[in-house]
Design a protein. Structure first.
Lengths: 312, 152
């Protein structure tokens, strides 16, 4: 199995200001964990810049222009109370979306089996016309739209296990039967969307979990709701919005997942991928704000990608 | 033995307690809690009319994770007005309320203190510790007389 690792030094220069939880040290913690010899087989690649046409498959041109015009020459600019940008944030955001598109290309051209994009800023809260919740552009949705437009895929799924609901990805997909979006997240916290009744045209699967839910609840959500929907959809490609803030040590939420849960869930997704779509999976970093927990969880996730089962 | 039944709220309350304005910042309220060992502070207007109560619980609740922001804006929340997070229309008691009834109320409501209001104005505050002190006073003053027949 070959697993690609897309990242770029500019992701460390997306500066969100003193004390901000979505900080460069998150990525440093992950990249340090990947220096261990057990990750020697990872193939590292530089994240390229996304083209504007890749972004506007999901976002309005106004959103792209407005967001890039708000990048300050010095200091910081607050798009909202959560979402802070600094001089390198524009390039970082373009390379984050570019990493996912490049990874999709590489996997579909048979260069590797799967990929992880170690990127910042995250993407799943960015709506077609609105940056929010630390996110500027919807990396997962942009990657899925790229797979459809360039590789002519008819069915692309995004699995989102970040502790917050991916309102942006949902908004991009909810009227389009070519996409399936399935999310586990904590109920009643940010951004307030992701109720079970939000089903799009039957292509949105939301499984809100109550505070203090843990391994058993995650397994139940997968077996009961997400896995059956995913198998029925028969995806030709799977993207993963991999946030690790449902970890029991995370300060921004109250779910109780651990590294083993992330390993297990990744293996389960890979089993479906092996059966439905020749194991084609591109995963990308979303949230996760306790640095040791983030590093250990991401490492467990990537290890599982590297040990993916052979495709049927 | 039953002296406690004679007490009223006015006998045990703290008179003219410290109160806070509805337009004070949460940061000032926190300082007040830090300086004094209060669990809650009455919120009053300039004529000392009771508007509500701000407790440590109310203050903590303002900082919980919710759907409005991915992370609470801790600094901004400290600048909010007391009236935005206080418990308005809080229960208050009359100074003439028997202390036995006040005790009952504190237990039923699991509350730590209640403002005392007379003619609409705050005149005192009565807390668990005040009631405990009154109970001590009512019980240690009157040891039962030793009984003749208990002597050897």
């Amino acid at each position: 199995m070959t697993t690609l690792l897309y990242t770029h030094p500019v992701f460390l220069e997306h500066d969100t200001g003193y004390g901000h939880p979505e900080c460069p040290a998150r990525l440093t913690a992950i990249l340090n964990a990947l220096k261990h010899s057990s990750f020697a087989a990872l193939q590292w690649r530089d994240a390229p810049l996304a083209a504007i046409e890749q972004l506007t498959r999901i976002h309005t041109a106004t959103h792209v222009e407005r967001t890039l015009s708000r990048i300050p020459k010095h200091g910081h600019y607050a798009i909202d109370g959560d979402t802070i940008v600094s001089p390198q944030s524009g390039e970082a955001a373009l390379r984050a979306a570019g990493a996912v598109c490049a990874a999709v290309d590489a996997i579909l051209q048979g260069e590797a089996d799967n990929a992880f994009c170690a990127i910042r800023p995250p993407g799943h809260h960015a709506e077609p016309n609105q940056a929010m919740g630390f996110c500027l552009f919807g990396n997962a949705a942009i990657g899925a739209a790229h797979a459809r437009a360039i590789h002519d895929l008819k069915r692309v799924a995004v699995i989102d296990f970040d502790v917050h609901h991916g309102n942006g990805t949902q908004a991009a997909f909810e009227h389009d039967p070519a996409y399936l979006y399935a999310s586990t997240h904590q109920a009643y916290i940010y951004p307030g969307t992701g109720r079970r009744e939000e089903r799009g045209i039957g292509n949105i699967i939301n499984v809100p979990l109550l505070a203090n839910s843990g391994s058993a609840d995650l397994r139940h959500a997968w077996r009961q709701d997400i896995e059956p929907a995913l198998r029925q959809f028969q995806p030709q490609f799977i993207l993963i919005s991999a946030g690790f803030d449902a970890h029991r040590l995370d300060p921004l939420a109250e779910l109780d997942f651990g590294e083993d849960d992330y390993r297990w869930l990744t293996q389960e997704i890979l089993k479906v991928a092996a059966e439905c779509c020749q194991g084609r999976v591109v995963s990308m970093l979303e949230g996760g704000y306790n640095l040791p927990a983030l590093a250990a969880s991401t490492a467990a996730h990537i290890k599982a990608l590297m040990e993916a089962p052979l495709a049927a | 033995m039953y002296e406690f039944l004679q007490y009223q709220v006015r006998d045990a309350m703290t008179v003219d307690p410290i109160a806070i304005s509805p337009r004070a910042k949460l940061r000032e309220a926190e300082m007040l809690f830090e300086t004094h060992d209060f669990n809650g502070v009455p919120v009053v207007d300039e004529q000392r009319h009771l508007l509500g109560v701000l407790t440590k619980f109310d203050l903590l609740k303002a900082f919980t994770l919710d759907s409005h922001a991915i992370a609470p804006h801790y600094d901004d929340i400290m600048e909010q007005w007391v009236e935005t997070v206080m418990t308005p229309d809080s229960v208050s008691v009359d100074p003439q309320l028997p202390l036995s009834r006040l005790l009952q109320k504190l237990v039923e409501m699991r509350t730590k203190s209640l403002p005392v209001v007379e003619n609409g104005r705050l005149v005192g505050i009565i807390a668990r510790q005040d009631v405990l002190r009154a109970l001590r006073r009512a019980t240690i003053q009157h040891q039962l007389p030793a009984r003749e027949d208990s002597r050897p």
